[in-house]
Design a binder for this molecule. Structure first.
Ligand SMILES: Nc1ncnc2c1ncn2[C@@H]1O[C@H](COP(=O)(O)OP(=O)(O)OP(=O)(O)O)[C@@H](O)[C@H]1O
Ligand SMILES: [Mg+2]
Length: 190
């Protein structure tokens, strides 16, 4: 998506058209390793990495700051409108810590990254998270909030949990995603 404001106003294009390339959603608790994975997939495959937090900021899609959760609140409608055309084209890898507000039809597969609690805690401490924000994010992983959100929002057969604790996991996850992409193209030849 371009960052000009005009692009945020583009009307939705025809929904459910067959895509030339798949759209992949990478989701999971903050700090679980989504951006690390997406960056590598994008570099290797040429897919378009959509880091939603960054895009929302660049396109003025942040409504307010949530003092309790210490994070910005998204203007979801504006963001969705702005992404519609890009998503209809396919070939996107979407990176965000929530997944319930995206249109279900956007995605061909959903990968939910998971860590153990100690790993996540250490990563978030390193990032400078503390207090309630740290606690909430670790709880989010413990109670598998994002996985349940994905299960409530997408067909179960599209959802894959990936362990994202070690560098070896990263390599394994990349392999799985490359294989999945390869199969998608084999099954969706025009
Ligand atoms: N498989 C892995 N093994 C070891 N360290 C990892 C792995 N994946 C990510 N990390 C490390 O964990 C930290 C968080 O990773 P990253 O920024 O990719 O998380 P994120 O899910 O994108 O977080 P956010 O939702 O806040 O954007 C980084 O320091 C990264 O180097
Ligand atoms: Mg990230």
């Amino acid at each position: 998506m371009e960052s000009e404001e005009d692009d945020m106003d583009c009307a939705p294009v025809v929904p459910n058209i067959k895509r030339d390339a798949p759209n992949i959603l990478i989701t999971g608790t903050p700090g679980v390793g989504k951006s690390t994975l997406c960056k590598k997939v994008a570099e290797t495959t040429g897919m378009n990495w959509l880091e939603i937090s960054k895009i929302a900021k660049e396109n003025n899609c942040l409504e307010e700051y949530d003092e309790v959760y210490q994070c910005p609140v998204l203007d979801e409608d504006k963001l969705m409108d702005g992404l519609e055309e890009t998503m209809c084209q396919g070939g996107n890898i979407v990176d965000y810590h929530s997944c319930e507000f995206f249109p279900e039809r956007w995605f061909d597969v959903v990968f939910v990254l998971r860590t153990d609690n100690t790993t996540l805690y250490d990563r978030l401490i390193k990032r400078g998270y503390a207090g309630k924000k740290l606690e909430d994010n670790v709880d989010c992983e413990i109670f598998q909030v994002v996985l349940d959100e994905a299960k409530n929002s997408y067909k179960e057969n599209l959802i894959h949990e990936l362990s994202s604790v070690t560098p070896e996991n990263l390599e394994q996850n990349l392999e799985k995603i490359y294989l999945w992409i390869q199969h998608w193209f084999e099954n969706n030849q025009t």
